[in-house]
Design a protein around this ligand. Sequence first.
Ligand code: RIB
Length: 330
Amino acid sequence: MGDHAGAPAGLVVAGAINVDLVVAADRLPGPGETVVGAGMQHHGGGKGANAAVAGARAGAAVRLIGAVGTDDTGDGALRDLEVEGVDVGGVARIADEATGVALIVVDRHGENQIAVGAGANAAVDPGWVQRQLSDAVAGTGCVLVSTEIAGDAVVSAVRGAARAGVVCVLNPAPPIPAVLEVLDQRPVMTPNVGELIALVELLDGRTVKRESASAPAGRAQAAALAARLTKATASPVVVTLGADGALLVLPGRPPIHVPPGPAQVRDTTGAGDTFNGVLAAALATGAEIADAVRRATVAASLSVAHLGARAGMPRRAEIDEAVGAGRNVA
Ligand code: RIB
């Protein structure tokens, strides 16, 4: 594994910044149905901003590229990020757009339902991304890109990382068609199973039927589809499996299953963002991919214990301790 003891390694994250309005209810509403929870909580959100916080707590020096509005919501979102030590110098303020908002219901099992009003995230400009990336790329060990922003901004970020010769992690959440344009840039892809199926459907123009989500059938299907994706990227694919941990698939090699750490599930919102932020923070230090996946899997397991996407994200010492305990080493 790389040097976790030296100066913080540089991580650049390009992705969405939201404010999450969260209601905890007994169960999720069906179509046309109303469910009632005790009250509404505001939390920092957005897959890019969440991953940036996870990376910063894991010890990386993080710069975030994205956009918010010039509204009070945007001011608050940036303040929250600064408190976490995230450099928000790469976040544009867009006067005509509202800051992104996510409406989230969390049920008693920690499952969620999310609707996002993208606002400024959909207006992130590819030229802005390119300029911010060129400014930040010296000293950067990894670029993490997620796809809740405009598709051409995603393309710009992945190509910029490849041009600079920096490892790029691409979290296809959601799996937008623009992802297909950058698979040849050799990003490390980090889909969950649903996203992986959607990507292979886009790639091959066929319908893929989902097998049982449970191991071993779900794991075997994930391994086969990830192997297909590695043929397009010639890079590792890491599939997040929720309560079953993660699967690391290297081109032409047998899959490696990484079991989850112990988890007390209160809210799974942001577990994927934690995984991606911690994975990218480890890769930024030069960590081996298998070690980075182990750290990320442990961190994601720790992250689900509290309500709110960022509330349970662990700090570096907690991750070190859990990894040291070897509780998720296959
Ligand atoms: O991944 C969780 C995030 O998705 C939430 O914070 C919400 O803002 C949506 O972007």
